[in-house]
Design a protein around this ligand. Structure first.
Ligand code: ADP
Ligand code: MG
Length: 379
């Protein structure tokens, strides 16, 4: 035990809610800078994406009052995943959701517990996006920040000094992405030309750590929504939003044609800005009765296929069995290569899959985003 006055400091729901509010304010303020960074090597929407995401986080937190830090962060992560539209949504969303889950239902947590939960969030981001240190992504700021946080807390530093050391390490990590060649995300499509530019997502990580310190002060919290300005999307006119080789396709298989079509419409509406992944509804039988049609599913998969794989969501029973059977066929009616069933609840999974596919993510990431919906708790 050290002699630090705040070594026993616990972080409660009010603190984390101030954290999210402070982060929202910073994203509103820094949106143009983040977007400019992304415009140099990506598609110029990162600032707008983070603002859209944190507006959804704030709106969600006002609507549903969380009873503990874990629930608050899980809920915020889900809001990010569902609202952003770019790759940063599922990635930062996963980070917060996993952090929240790891915190469980304790009413307040120590900084050491929080650091441990953030670490599991970072690991989940690595798994989801497949990036490793040196790929010039948000992980290049997040991992050094977490190392610094662990180090400072272990040496008995006061909590807010440790948070500030983590922010400084994130800043250094973000700066260090400049000479790196991006090999994940849209920036990777530029190859060598990505060298010489800082990663936008890494700069967002710096803001999240800066917000941890701002949240220490219960007084200094103006309403982030009041500070909100119109967010510009600096994507150059006509700039391609997706990878040149197409996107992962999505097929929604329900017993009901109406359910499949309405779910497709809902998921597409959640994408926000940007180009949509190909989404096809394959509900009901050929003659529009309740049931499943292998013909319709097969045709939908061929239509949705752009050469990047196809993610299939099914509701139950024969929908699942028919898709499984089609995947086993090797002649005549074989499915496009890289077709996979997403093991997830239909509606929530569809939203995660369509949002992530529209962001240009690869098949593994799209399937993981859909399957993450299995863990959404509603009570
Ligand atoms: P998009 O790339 O879909 O336009 P954003 O511009 O909002 O989405 O976010 C881009 C940021 O997301 C990048 O700067 C990078 O930090 C992060 N990113 C993209 N792909 C990955 C990945 N596979 N793993 C980790 N981080 C990634
Ligand atoms: Mg972008």
């Amino acid at each position: 035990m050290t002699a630090n006055p705040d070594c026993e400091l616990v972080l409660d729901t009010a603190y984390f809610s101030r954290w999210l509010g402070a982060a929202h304010r910073l994203f509103e303020r820094e949106s143009a800078r983040l977007t400019a960074l992304d415009a140099a090597i990506g598609d110029g929407d990162h600032g707008a994406n983070m603002v859209r995401g944190f507006r959804a986080v704030t709106a969600g937190a006002e609507q549903t009052l969380a009873s503990c830090p874990g629930d608050l962060l899980t809920q915020a992560g889900t809001a990010l995943t569902n609202s952003v539209g770019g790759a940063s949504g599922p990635l930062f969303g996963m980070a917060l959701r996993r952090t929240g889950k790891r915190l469980g239902s304790e009413p307040a947590v120590s900084a050491v517990r929080f650091a441990d939960a953030l670490r599991s969030g970072a690991q989940a981001v690595g798994k989801l996006g497949g990036a490793v240190p040196g790929d010039a992504t948000l992980l290049d700021a997040l991992l050094p920040a977490l190392d610094a946080l662990d180090r400072e807390l272990a040496s008995g530093a006061p909590v807010f000094a440790a948070f500030d050391a983590a922010r400084a390490a994130a800043r250094e990590g973000a700066d260090a992405t400049e000479p790196m060649r991006a090999s994940k995300g849209r920036a990777s499509y530029l190859g060598e030309r990505s060298v010489g530019h800082q990663d936008a997502g890494a700069n967002s990580v710096v803001l999240l750590f800066e917000a941890l310190t701002m949240a220490a002060d219960p007084q200094g919290q103006p309403d982030p929504v009041a500070a909100a300005e119109q967010v510009e999307d600096a994507r150059p006119a006509g700039a391609p939003a997706g990878r040149s080789g197409g996107r992962v396709g999505v097929v929604l298989v329900s017993h009901s044609r109406d359910v499949a079509e309405a779910t497709a419409a809902l998921a597409k509406a959640m994408v926000g800005s940007g180009d949509l992944a190909p989404v096809r509804a394959a509900g009901g039988t050929d003659d529009a009765r309740i049931g499943t049609s292998a013909e319709l599913i097969h045709a939908a998969a061929l239509e949705a296929d752009q050469g990047q794989g196809v993610a299939v969501l099914c509701d139950m029973g024969s929908a699942v069995l028919t898709v499984r059977a089609l995947l086993g066929e090797t002649d005549g009616r074989s499915m496009p290569s890289g077709t996979r069933i997403v093991d997830a609840p239909f509606v929530e999974g569809a939203v995660g899959v369509v949002v992530t596919a529209s962001a240009g993510a690869d098949l593994d990431m799209v399937v993981a985003a859909g399957e993450d919906a299995r863990g959404y708790r509603k009570v």
